[in-house]
Design a protein around this ligand. Structure first.
Ligand code: SAH
Length: 363
């Protein structure tokens, strides 16, 4: 068992159970042993790969998306470009490079990276040293400077902890982590039901609610409604709120049980985009999407970009085509349909690139 696992077991032996939400928070963000606090989780030697790590095209297209949004909101100067959970800094680095073709946008940019992990903040610093834009780091979104903003979050929302409730004998009970009779970590349910939940579901069904994500979304949407701008979220998730336990852990690109070695495996839950959209609208913002990541990237021109890169470096043509397929393809091992894109924006912002109704297809 991981060091954090032993620590959690000792706490459970003394105090009983903790909620799934608390477990997820400890596993990812415990200051000493939390998964993101101690390592670089990405790439072939890590535990999982994200879209910006698959191809430069992803960050480039998002950089151009940001430049177009900036134009559509009246070219504010300065404009805050804020990235949530920037990982290795790859997306921002590719985005800033691509945005050079709109020099006025580049000149107006003031970049803030929201990151809780010290080792990842260091990697971002190294990756962006020569990016040529003013960049500041903050631990929370609330600390980002005020004003019109363009916000990007790729695989950020899925790292926020969820609460789970299980249908038991006609009641809903919060799911917890406890010790089983052998002293191992196990799922259980709270002793008391949650009387305010009255959805119908089959015995054993699980529903998930991320209070942390809802509070964040409300704060973000209220800010965009007051100060202008738009936020783009891309994540593994669902477009319709439904029943189901989506907690999943990954180690070395393989799925493992969610209670395996806390702090040593990535732990995520699918993003409930419909729920996020409800919070964003309730806070006064408009919502565009969610749409499939594949459709979004194609509308932004990924096919043309992949061909241009292949023409410039023919020896890498296969690599560009494989990356393009992985990002937009809609089969099981590809990201195009599993991942969704959604924009939350000030109501005055026109439908951003990728979310506009598509022109009629030629016959
Ligand atoms: N966007 C990157 C990384 C995704 S992984 C990419 O696509 O490659 C999740 C990122 O969010 C990591 O950088 C992690 O350290 C950060 N993170 C997780 N929880 C966070 C929180 N509550 N506040 C800020 N950053 C967080």
């Amino acid at each position: 068992m991981s060091a954090l696992g032993d620590q959690i077991k000792a706490a459970l032996a003394a105090n009983g159970a903790i909620t799934v939400e608390r477990f997820m928070q400890l596993a990812l963000a415990d200051p000493q042993y939390g998964y993101y606090m101690t390592r670089d989780p990405f790439g072939t030697n890590g535990d999982f790969t994200t879209a910006p790590e698959i191809s430069q095209m992803f960050g480039e297209l998002i950089g151009l998306w940001a430049a177009e949004v900036w134009t559509s909101i009246g070219r504010p100067n300065p404009v805050r470009l804020i990235e949530l959970g920037p990982g290795r800094g790859t997306l921002m680095s590719d985005a800033l490079r691509a945005a050079r073709i709109v020099p006025e946008f580049r000149a107006a940019l003031d970049v803030t990276l929201i990151e809780t992990s010290p080792p990842l903040a260091q990697m971002q610093y190294d990756a962006l040293l020569t990016a040529g834009a003013p960049i500041a780091w903050k631990a929370t979104f609330a600390e980002a400077p005020e004003g019109p903003a363009i916000v990007i979050g790729n695989e950020f929302l899925d790292a926020l902890p969820v609460r789970q409730f299980e249908r038991c004998g006609g009641d809903w009970r919060e799911r917890v982590v406890r010790l089983d009779s052998a002293g191992e970590l196990a799922f259980g349910v709270a002793d008391k039901p949650e009387p305010y939940l009255n959805a119908e579901a089959d015995e054993g069904a699980v529903i998930e609610v991320s209070g942390v994500a809802h509070r964040f979304m409300f704060e973000l949407a209220a800010r965009l409604a007051r100060q202008g701008g738009a936020a783009l979220f891309l994540d593994y998730g669902r477009s319709v709120t439904g029943v189901g336990d989506t907690l999943q852990a990954l180690r070395a690109h393989r799925q493992v049980g969610p209670l395996t070695d806390p702090g040593d495996c990535d732990l995520t839950a699918h993003v409930d985009f419909a729920a996020m959209a409800r919070s964003a609208r309730a806070a006064g913002a408009a919502v565009h999407g969610p749409i499939d990541q594949g459709d979004f990237l194609r509308a932004l021109g990924i096919d043309v970009r992949a061909r241009a890169l292949a023409e410039r470096s023919p020896e890498r043509a296969k690599e560009f085509e494989a990356a393009r397929r992985r990002l937009v393809g809609k089969s099981e091992n590809e990201m195009g349909a599993l991942f969704k894109a959604m924009t939350v924006a000030n109501r005055a912002v026109p439908a951003p690139p990728g979310f506009q109704p598509s022109p009629a297809k030629p016959a």
